[in-house]
Ligand binder design. Structure first.
Ligand SMILES: *Cc1c(COP(=O)(O)O)cnc(C)c1O
Length: 379
C-alpha cells in the first residue's frame, strides 16, 4: 500500500542518478569497483579514525562481526532486548545463545545496571558472556560510557549495532565507533540508503583485513580459487555503493532535517498532556532517524493503536516501536534479565512519519488529528 505520508521514505536529491549511470557505463556492477572503495573511504572519513568495510546488509555486517569476535557454538552473547530481530538472529546463526537485557527509561536502550546483573549472573552460572550487543534505538545513543565501563571491568567486547544511528553522536564522537566493532545499515528506510547495504567498522586493522577476506568468500590471493577457511558472500556491490556514496554526501543534511522534524513535533505537541518523547541527555546527539512518542492512555484517552488506525485512515503511516525480543515467540526460551520497561514502551509507543522531506504542514496535520482526539476525550 502506498501511503500519502509514509513513515520513512528515501530522498534522492543528490548524485544518485549520475553515480548510478557511471557505474553502469563502467560495466562494474559486482563486488569490485571504484564506488565501493570511495564509499568505504568517505564513510571512514566521516566517522573519523576508523576503517569501514561495505557489506550487502546490516544483518550480514552483524553476522560477520560476531564471526570476527570469535563467537561460536555454545557461547552466550548478551543482547539488548528492545530492538529489531537482526540484532540477535546472527547469534543463533552461529549456534550461540542470546541472553536478553531490558532497557532503561531515558534512552530506551540497554540498562547498564541490569547489564551488570546479567553478566554477574551468567558468570556465577559458569559462563562469561562472549560479547555485548548494544543498540542505539531509533538513532538515540545508549548510555555508552556506563556500558563501556562495565564491559571493560569484565573484559567483554562490545558490538555496537548502530544500524539506526548513522550520523548520531555521543560526546561528539560517532555512534558505532565506541565498541570493538560497529555496524551500520543502509536498508531502504534508514536515514541513508543504498537500496540494501551495511558496513562493519573498527579501528583494529586486523579485524578490518579479516572482515574483507571473509566477506569475499575467503579467497586466497592466488591465480586459482584456493580457500583455507569458510567465507561469506557479504560484500556490497558497486551499483549499490554508487547510490550509497551519493546518499552519504547528504548525511549531515538528512540528520539536520530529521532533527528539525523531531523539534517540530515537540513544539506542535507541547500542549498535549500525556504525550512524551525519547530524550537525549547532555552527551548525546541523536540523528532522530524516527521520531517516536509514548502515549499515556489515561491522560490522552486513546491508545497507540487507536492513533495508528486514525492516522492510517488518512493515509498516514505510523508503526509500533520494536516488540522486545524476549516477548517474541521465536525467542521464548531465551533467558531475560529485567522488568517491564521495554514492554511498557512497546505497549504505549508509536513511530511517527520522519522522512527527511516531510513538510511542516504534514506535521501540522498530524498534530491536528491528535488534538481533535484529545478534545474528544473531554466530552
Ligand atoms: C535495520 C536494522 C538492522 C538490520 O539491517 P539490514 O540492513 O536491514 O539487514 C539491524 N539492527 C537494527 C537495530 C536495525 O534497525
Amino acid at each position: 500500500m502506498a501511503y500519502r505520508i509514509p513513515l520513512s521514505f528515501p530522498v534522492f536529491k543528490g548524485n544518485e542518478k549520475s553515480y548510478t549511470e557511471q557505474a553502469i557505463s563502467s560495466g562494474h556492477l559486482a563486488t569490485f569497483g571504484p564506488f565501493i572503495t570511495k564509499f568505504e573511504g568517505k564513510l571512514a572519513k566521516k566517522i573519523r579514525s576508523h576503517q569501514a568495510v561495505a557489506l550487502n546488509s546490516g544483518t550480514s555486517a552483524l553476522h560477520l562481526a560476531m564471526v570476527l569476535l570469535g563467537i561460536g557454538p555454545g557461547d552466550e552473547v548478551i543482547c539488548q532486548s528492545f530492538t529489531f530481530c537482526a540484532s540477535a538472529n546472527p547469534i543463533v546463526y552461529l549456534g550461540a545463545k542470546p541472553i536478553f537485557v531490558d532497557s532503561e527509561l531515558d534512552t530506551w536502550n540497554i540498562s547498564p545496571e541490569i547489564l551488570e546483573d546479567a553478566i554477574l549472573s551468567r558468570i556465577a552460572m559458569g559462563k562469561k558472556p562472549k560479547a555485548i550487543v548494544l543498540v542505539h534505538l531509533f538513532g538515540m545513543p545508549a548510555k555508552i560510557n556506563e556500558i563501556l565501563e562495565i564491559a571493560n571491568k569484565y573484559q567483554i567486547p562490545v558490538l555496537e549495532d548502530a544500524a539506526e544511528a548513522v550520523g548520531s553522536l555521543y560526546d561528539g564522537q560517532h555512534c558505532g565507533t565506541f565498541g570493538k566493532i560497529g555496524v551500520f545499515s543502509f536498508n531502504g528506510n534508514k536515514i541513508i540508503t543504498s537500496g540494501g547495504g551495511g558496513a562493519l567498522i573498527s579501528n583494529d586493522t586486523s579485524i578490518i583485513q579479516r572482515g574483507i577476506h571473509l566477506s569475499t568468500q575467503a579467497r586466497e590471493d592466488l591465480p586459482y580459487y584456493q580457500h583455507l577457511e569458510i567465507g561469506y558472500n557479504y560484500k556490497m556491490n558497486n551499483l549499490t555503493a554508487a547510490v550509497g556514496l551519493a546518499q552519504l554526501e547528504q548525511l549531515e543534511d538528512f540528520v539536520k532535517s530529521r532533527r528539525k522534524i523531531n523539534q517540530n513535533y515537540r513544539e506542535l505537541f507541547s500542549n498535549f498532556d500525556g504525550i512524551s518523547f525519547q530524550e537525549e541527555n547532555e552527551d548525546s546527539h541523536s540523528n532522530f532517524w524516527l521520531s517516536t512518542i509514548i502515549i499515556d492512555e489515561k491522560k490522552t484517552g486513546f491508545s497507540n493503536d487507536r492513533l495508528r488506525i486514525l492516522l492510517l485512515k488518512k493515509g498516514i503511516e505510523t508503526r509500533f516501536l520494536w516488540k522486545p525480543l524476549h516477548l517474541q515467540p521465536v525467542f521464548k526460551e531465551v533467558p531475560f534479565y529485567g522488568g517491564r520497561i521495554s514492554e511498557k514502551l512497546f505497549l504505549s509507543g508509536l513511530c511517527l512519519p520522519s522522512s527527511s522531506n516531510l513538510t511542516y504542514s504534514d506535521q501540522e496535520e498530524i498534530a491536528g488529528i491528535i488534538d481533535k482526539e484529545i478534545l474528544k476525550s473531554y466530552f
